[in-house]
Design a protein around this ligand. Structure first.
Ligand code: HEM
Length: 138
């Protein structure tokens, strides 16, 4: 099937890839703290805020895509990613380490699923077509 994707969907895909990259980067920085030396936890904290920022930008792009006729699940999914990142940063700042580490792994899985879904999703420009509006069609 031809992917007649509007620019906003391409931007959502870029944003989702950015969130996933940041999640993997965060896991690497967290692992790096076990070896001491450079203060990687400080960078992990800073990059955590950047990660949250990227999730927010991606949700805004998802909103633009929905305005361009994309299905609503893209926006809802991106908002769940924003909420998860917010909880993740909060747990980190409060030094609730074990739940934070577990939730960080789940966050990376969520980011993987989101990225996969927005790349698999094929935009259908034909108004009223079954594929365009179905919330269960990635
Ligand atoms: C597998 C993934 C992750 C692991 C294993 C992990 C691990 C940790 C650990 C051990 C701490 C220190 C907690 C303490 O001081 O008691 C921490 C802090 C923190 N983490 Fe993570 N983290 C992960 C992912 C993330 C992600 C995805 C984000 C952001 C979305 C994030 C944001 C933060 C923040 C903001 C802090 C506080 C840093 C500070 O106060 O300086 N982490 N993390």
């Amino acid at each position: 099937m031809k992917d007649d994707a509007p620019r906003s969907l391409l931007l959502v895909r870029t944003g989702a890839t950015g969130v996933l990259s940041m999640a993997v980067c965060q896991a690497g920085l967290a692992a790096g703290t076990f070896f001491g030396g450079v203060d990687l936890l400080r960078w992990h904290g800073l990059f955590g805020l950047v990660t949250m920022g990227v999730t927010i930008v991606t949700a805004i792009l998802a909103g633009l895509y929905v305005r361009d006729g994309g299905p609503r699940w893209v926006l809802w999914f991106s908002l769940v990613v924003v909420a998860w990142a917010t909880v993740q940063v909060t747990l980190g700042r409060l030094e609730i380490a074990a739940p934070h580490a577990f939730s960080g792994t789940l966050f990376a899985m969520l980011a993987t699923a989101f990225t996969s879904w927005v790349f698999r999703h094929r935009h259908d420009r034909v108004a009223g077509s079954a594929a365009a509006g179905r919330a269960d069609t990635p």
